[in-house]
Design a protein around this ligand. Structure first.
Ligand code: BTN
Length: 242
């Protein structure tokens, strides 16, 4: 699988994930495995759990990858972890020190610089496709509505004081996504992704589920988060909803 083997870019769109979904469903020329849609700006960017995804025009990486995995749709959740790990490796290669926060966020200096949204679509031929949306804050230097975010936002630029070439960030994310998804498909399970995640795990970071906040301790081999609750007890959260 080659991420970006086919690539469509739009200056402005509603959501790259909507365009990617429509492409996957295109009866004449459906998006192949690894096809990508990017945008300079989205007017209806969306995040997890109904949130919107705000990003200043031209300053961030906004992309959705269509994947046609060889495993059943019940494994789609693992792609959120695959994508976050790929971004962490890409940022690390760029000289940054990323950390991963359950379930799918990439942090720099404790603040969120990347979010991942996994969706899926059933195709007319009975197969399924993953619609893997990835937003990386690259050069944005101001986040005017920061108080409205659940986790404070940051960008590669704010975290490092450097301006990044968007092409380079994008290419590295594509390369790592390709590598990790190939490993994931060959393994057929979550184990190598869990091992990769542990290298970057944001131990002690505040994680939320429902109305509860706890401290992240470990990532389980099924993708669950082992957390320390405010009363000092430990438990495993397997879903993000309470
Ligand atoms: C999150 O809530 O953390 C996930 C955010 C995902 C944002 C990306 S930006 C590109 C793609 N298009 C969207 O509308 N959302 C995803």
């Amino acid at each position: 699988m080659t991420v970006g083997a086919e690539w469509r870019h739009c200056a402005e769109c509603g959501s790259t994930s909507d365009l990617a979904r429509a492409w996957a469903l295109d009866a004449d020329a459906p998006a192949p495995d690894g096809a990508v849609v990017t945008a300079d700006m989205q007017t209806k960017g969306r995040g997890r759990r109904g949130a919107s995804w705000q990003a200043t025009a031209g300053e961030n990486l906004l992309m959705t990858v269509v994947l046609r995995p060889n495993y059943p749709v019940s494994g789609a959740w693992r792609l959120g972890y695959v994508a976050a790990l790929a971004v962490a490796d890409a940022l690390s290669e760029l000289g940054l020190s990323p950390a991963l926060k359950w379930p799918n966020d990439v942090l720099l200096n404790g603040n969120k610089t990347c979010g991942v949204l996994v969706e899926s679509v059933s195709l007319p031929n009975g197969e399924w496709a993953a619609i893997l949306g990835i937003g990386v804050n690259v050069n944005q230097s101001e986040f005017p509505d920061a108080e409205n975010y659940v986790y404070p936002p940051t960008s590669l630029r704010l975290a490092s004081g450097r301006v990044f070439a968007m092409d380079e960030v994008r290419e590295r994310v594509w390369e790592w996504l390709e590598r990790w998804e190939d490993i994931h498909r060959s393994a057929g399970d979550f184990d190598p992704i869990a091992v990769g995640w542990r290298r970057y795990l944001a131990v002690g970071a505040k994680v939320r589920r429902g109305g509860e906040t706890a401290e992240l301790q470990e990532i389980e081999t099924d993708g669950g988060a082992r957390v320390r609750r405010s009363d000092g007890t430990f438990t495993v959260w397997r879903t993000v909803d309470g």
